[in-house]
Design a protein around this ligand. Structure first.
Ligand code: ADP
Ligand code: ZN
Length: 743
């Protein structure tokens, strides 16, 4: 009897165990290895899984174990390092390995990948057909030539006919030479096409010349790398952190290693893409969710078999089939866009990058002008090395800051719509001097709510507990829910009392309209998630602004991300108060980061810039630290506060969310669960978030704060068991999500 071998398989499901299968009869056991993709049937459905163990001891009764259906030869094999990363992510973020696998290899992608593979095969076949017809043509010419030469030989010496045959032969010979050369070229090209699609390692890399300050930072970085310590580079905007990353990446590649360069958002990668490709040419691969599936597939393939690549991507690029990694760059590490909120795995790209660097034993550098408190803490306790770069490359000083009190201005009639007269004159001056302007407003749409002037009613989304925003597009007014995306007809009169409606809280659309009226000669554009729907528009706007073809760019937080625009001399924030009001222990840290980052966008080419902040709370401490420039001190104060209140990074926060379309049941379940958890954990809640109903689901939250000690992972395990058994007992599966380190 043949010896049975059992394998364990990771399935793309929320399943906290790996089912066991036997190898089908007749298939040699050696043909299955860890990382292979297999088709299996699980609970009556077919899945494509990943072999995670071979020759395992089954826990189930052997007679109950089914054979897997077949090997999926068409699908790529998974590297052991990938599985290792999935497991680390699953453990840390309290989800299943299968959920990570699903995120790394989405099914839709796999199907399109097959399509792409087929298209490669198609174009290869097309090329082969072309070559075949060229060969045939050459052969025919050859035959014609031979015939003429035969005739020429047979013809009598000195006759006209003989001269003609010789003449013709010559012509045919030339024709043959041309055809042969063309065929040879085509053959070489075909061979090269196959070759270059995988090999990029002949591409030369353009180096950078580092300034003195940059060289010093660079040397410190290398010292830390030699000690195997992750590095945090805290460098003011415009100090040339990117140049240092380029140098480090180049060196990694020259050592025959690969590089992963992470950015928090796609919008940011656009500008960087141009800059990096100038240095790395074809070695640069770009990977993010806005790329087409086939392009992502091509990138993944190039990485799987490639050498000397640098991949620029958003957090999902962490799950590419990396190998021989030499360096990971985490640009703008403080950015909360690194955190995935939904679905699981709810991971933070920066922290996952750290896990990836331990798996590959490679260097990792995180950079920011406004580092996260988490990273500052890591450096404070010596786990990571802090390298500072305080000097701007172009020698510019920090821009001046002017804080405008909008409440006071309003009293003095100093406001025109949402612009203060002071800001208007600053903008006029900046434009007159040939500079460019950016205006930040945190709300998109025309207005974030509307209200009846008679009865005070504010229309809300029937499915979400949130007011509807007013959007104006192409002369049509609509109301849109920013949470569920539903749109509603707009009526200028109140549906309840027929009163007149007024708008509350101007959004970017309205600011754009006001700016157009105030600065009629300026070229104005807008960048927010509405306009970003159109990827070409977004790309063009960023390029156009960079070239100086736009004078005023209005937008949401997108504008504050690491763009590098030489002509920008004035940045202004309208109603900065929206950044302060958030009920969250991170609010002040985030507000300070946003304002500091935005400020850093201007005055990058030797010209000193100006930052104008319009606010109704000018005395807020966030502005104080911005004006005084005491960033380090401000950070240490914030750290101390976090310590005093027992917030991260001194503790770990785990947020449990309950979602239910029945409000009573949501309340009941969350209170039963919190009573149960309170026995073993330090919990806050249950409470309702600011928006407590989204898409007909009522949301309740519990926050658990865990001490960061040796027993942390034990506590997490215990918590997981509690939640699972609660779900089972109450038959409440599918209603709860766990979020470790919520943003
Ligand atoms: P950061 O990433 O720290 O914000 P950048 O790398 O974008 O700074 O540098 C700001 C500007 O200064 C860029 O336009 C960059 O090209 C220029 N720059 C910085 N360092 C150098 C250098 N060593 N040589 C040439 N230009 C540099
Ligand atoms: Zn809604």
């Amino acid at each position: 009897m043949a010896e049975l071998t059992y394998i364990s398989v990771i399935l793309p499901l929320k399943l906290d165990w790996e089912p066991c299968y036997s190898i089908p009869e007749g298939m040699p056991a050696e043909s299955v290895a860890v990382g292979d993709r297999v088709k299996v049937t699980f609970a009556g459905k077919a899945y494509s899984g990943v072999v995670s163990g071979v020759g395992i001891q089954p826990e189930t009764e052997p007679s109950k174990i089914k054979a897997f259906d077949c090997l999926e030869d068409g699908l790529e094999r998974i590297f052991p390092e990938e599985i290792e990363l999935w497991k680390k992510v699953a453990t840390y973020y309290m989800c299943s390995v299968g959920e990570v696998y699903k995120a790394a290899y989405p099914v839709g992608k796999i199907n399109l990948e097959e399509a792409h593979a087929a298209s490669i095969a198609r174009s290869r076949a097309r090329q082969e057909r072309l070559l075949e017809s060229m060969r045939l043509k050459t052969q025919r010419i050859q035959e014609r030539l031979e015939k003429k030469q035969e005739l020429a030989e047979k013809a009598k010496e000195g006759t006209k006919a003989k001269a003609k045959y010789i003449e013709d032969s010559k012509k045919i010979q030339e024709e043959l030479d041309r055809a042969t050369t063309a065929l040879r070229d085509a053959e070489t090209k075909a061979a090269l096409t196959e070759y270059t699609s995988e090999s990029i390692d002949t591409e030369a890399i353009k180096d950078v010349n580092l300034s003195e300050a940059q060289t010093e930072a660079y040397n410190h970085i290398n010292e830390s790398f030699n000690k195997k310590a992750p590095v945090l580079i805290q460098g003011v905007t415009g100090s040339g952190k990117t140049e240092i990353y380029i140098r480090l990446a180049r060196e990694a590649i020259e050592k025959d290693r690969n590089v992963l360069y992470l950015v928090p958002e796609i919008a940011l990668s656009r500008q960087l893409e141009d800059r990096l490709s100038e240095h790395f040419g074809k070695r640069l691969l770009v990977f993010h969710s806005a790329e087409t599936a086939s392009s992502r597939r091509a990138t993944a393939e190039a990485i799987r078999s490639g050498r000397g690549y640098i991949v620029l991507g958003t957090r999902s690029a962490l799950f590419l089939p990396h190998h021989d990694l030499g360096l990971i760059v985490v640009d703008e590490e403080h950015d909360s866009s690194y955190k995935q909120d939904s679905p699981a795995p709810r991971y933070n790209g920066r922290d996952t990058a750290l896990m990836l660097s331990t798996i590959h034993r490679c260097d990792i550098i995180m950079g920011s002008a406004t580092p996260s408190l988490e990273e500052i803490y890591n450096c404070e306790c010596g786990r990571h090395s802090l390298v500072r770069l305080e000097e701007r490359y172009h020698g510019t000083e920090d821009s001046d800051i002017e804080i405008i009190d909008t409440k006071a201005e309003r009293k003095k009639r100093g406001m025109v719509g949402n612009f203060s007269r002071k800001l208007i004159s600053h903008i006029e001056k900046a434009l007159k001097d040939g500079g460019q302007v950016m205006i930040l407003r945190s709300r998109r749409a025309w207005s974030s709510a509307i209200q009846c002037t008679e009865c005070g009613d504010i229309p809300k989304c029937p499915h979400c507990n949130v007011s509807l925003s007013l959007h104006k597009a192409g002369g049509i007014d609509r109301m849109v829910c920013h949470y569920c995306g539903r749109t509603f007809r707009y009526s200028a009169t109140c549906v309840k009392c027929n009163g007149e409606m007024k708008s509350l809280g101007a959004g970017t659309q309205r600011i754009e309209e006001e700016a157009a009226a105030l600065f009629p000669n300026a070229r104005i554009a807008r960048l927010d998630s509405d306009t970003a729907q159109n990827k070409t528009y977004e790309k063009q706007t960023i390029r156009e602004f960079g070239k100086g073809g736009i004078d005023i760019l209005i937008g949401t937080q997108m504008l504050t991300k690491g763009f590098d625009f030489g002509g920008l001399t004035l940045v202004a924030v309208i109603a900065a108060d929206t950044f302060l009001g958030i009920q969250d222990f991170r609010a002040d840290e985030k507000a300070a980061q946003i304002l500091e980052q935005f400020r850093g966008r201007c005055g990058r080419r030797g010209r000193k810039g100006l930052t104008v902040i319009q606010t109704s709370q000018p005395e807020h401490p966030v502005y104080k630290s911005l004006v005084s420039g005491e960033k380090t001190e401000g950070n240490l104060n914030l750290l101390q506060e976090r310590k005093d209140f027992g917030f991260p990074p001194y503790t770990r926060i785990i947020e449990i969310a309950v979602r239910d379309n029945n409000e009573k049941r949501a309340d009941l379940m969350v209170s039963v669960l919190s009573d149960r958890l309170r026995k073993s954990f330090d919990i806050t809640g249950p409470y309702s978030p600011a928006v407590d109903k989204v898409a007909d689901m009522h949301i309740r939250l519990i926050r658990i704060s865990l001490k960061k000690d040796k027993r942390l992972s034990l506590h997490k395990e215990h918590l997981m068991q509690e939640i699972r058994s609660f779900e089972k007992e109450r038959k409440y599966e599918g209603h709860m999500t766990i979020n470790v380190d919520p943003a």
